[in-house]
Design a protein around this ligand. Structure first.
Ligand code: ADP
Ligand code: GN1
Ligand code: MG
Length: 364
């Protein structure tokens, strides 16, 4: 029998060590990868919410290794924030399944996990103020700092070569050659733009920078801001936490937290790198990261924004050419729209790069 999605969620919800009665669940959030649900349980007469997620198995080939990382990372962070006020909202907490594992494998091979719901806080698709940018950057910087002393062994690589831009570029070249969806003709200017910028792809990898434990997906909608105070209360979306470069995280903040427009904006005149947002990111990030960042890393802060924007741009383009196999899409041409915003933002960063570098020098 084929179960409805609703039924799937209810069945999975019942597999976790949650007291009380399942009352319902609905799709939640704007992530491009996993299936996320907000589930409500009635516990002693009160509603308690949880996040239930079905891990995207197509993207994450080894969900068990991934969950092992998340378990280590969440418990390490929880122990470090334990004494702080409101500590229960400052770290994601995995709810164990009834068999004691931190995931549940359903009858169709789907991997599920459950988290505490971070209440009285929310995520945003686009940044609205410099204070938000500052908050996000200090939270992601703090995240790196808290994980700097994560005990051995090295975390699993949940997606090998995730931020290897030259490999991402090769994948694009293959997608152009294959033209599997017959769309190359519709993306000529974007393909030309991408091919013209091949030379920057290897810069960070060639710079001999230190490997750290990094988040690798520091999109603005992966940090929860407190409803009342605006404080960045909790970093979420931990699937890609693994060894990486600090600059992958900073670069993705510049990509997602400087433009006033969402990632899939169709009016490109709205897409721009707002300098005051960049300044807030640098100041916020350095509050937490100044103690461990090397001079060489600081030198590339502005460049990393340009590189990661290019990298995600070519990933969207690759997926558009392949026929939308990776990122969730909600309309025709969605991945191409996303690619265009990235390339527009790239140009805006490039125009201001010198000024950005000067600012970093003056602060750091
Ligand atoms: P994806 O990997 O698909 O991006 P996320 O883990 O980022 O999935 O979750 C998608 C969205 O769900 C987030 O942007 C956030 O708004 C919401 N969300 C995720 N985890 C929680 C949580 N523990 N508490 C509250 N909201 C959450
Ligand atoms: C995906 O999961 P989400 O939506 O936060 C993607 C990131 C991209 C981002 C682009 C595992 O992030 O790498 O930068 O979309 N995550 C994965 O919006 O590929
Ligand atoms: Mg996310």
């Amino acid at each position: 029998m084929v179960m409805s999605n609703e039924h799937h969620v209810a069945t999975a919800a019942g597999q976790f060590q949650i007291r009380g009665e399942f009352s319902g669940a609905e799709p939640y959030g704007n992530g491009h990868i996993n299936d996320t649900y907000r589930a409500v349980f009635i516990e002693a007469g009160a509603q308690v919410r949880y996040v239930l997620q079905r891990i995207n198995h197509n993207v994450f080939k080894n969900p068990v290794a991934l969950m092992e990382n998340i378990q280590r990372v969440t418990s390490h962070i929880a122990s470090q924030v334990a004494g702080e006020p409101d500590s229960g909202r400052r770290a994601l907490r995995l709810i164990p399944a009834r068999d004691g594992k931190v995931w549940h494998l359903d009858a169709e091979g789907g991997y599920w996990r459950a988290y505490n719901f971070i209440e009285k806080a929310r995520t945003y698709e686009a940044v609205e103020s410099t204070d938000q940018a500052f908050q996000a950057a200090s939270a992601f910087g703090r995240f790196q700092k808290l994980l700097a002393d994560l005990p051995a062994p090295r975390l699993n690589d949940t997606i090998p070569d995730f931020h290897n831009t030259p490999k991402r570029f090769e994948a694009l070249e293959q997608a152009i050659a294959a033209d599997a969806a017959g769309r190359a003709i519709l993306a000529k200017p974007e393909i030309e733009f991408a091919l013209a910028h091949k030379s920057i792809t290897g810069v960070l990898l060639d710079a001999n920078l230190p490997e750290r434990v990094t988040h690798n997906d520091t999109k603005f909608n992966n940090v929860m801001l407190d409803d009342a105070t605006g404080e960045a209360i909790c970093v979420i979306d931990l699937d890609t936490v693994m060894p990486g470069l600090a600059l992958y995280d900073f670069g993705d903040m510049v990509r997602t937290t400087t433009s006033p427009a969402p990632e899939d904006e169709q009016d490109l005149s709205k897409v721009t790198m707002q300098f005051p947002m960049f300044e807030a990111l640098v100041r916020g990030y350095l509050i937490s990261a100044d103690g461990f960042l090397t001079k060489a890393e600081k030198k590339f802060l502005a460049f990393s924004g340009k590189l990661i924007t290019f990298e995600i741009g070519i990933r969207f383009l690759t997926d558009y050419l392949a026929g939308d196999k990776y990122f969730k899409v909600h309309r025709e041409g969605h991945n191409l729209d996303r690619c265009r915003t990235q390339f527009k933002l790239f140009e805006s960063i490039e125009q201001q790069e010198e000024k950005m570098n000067k600012l970093v020098e003056s602060i750091g």
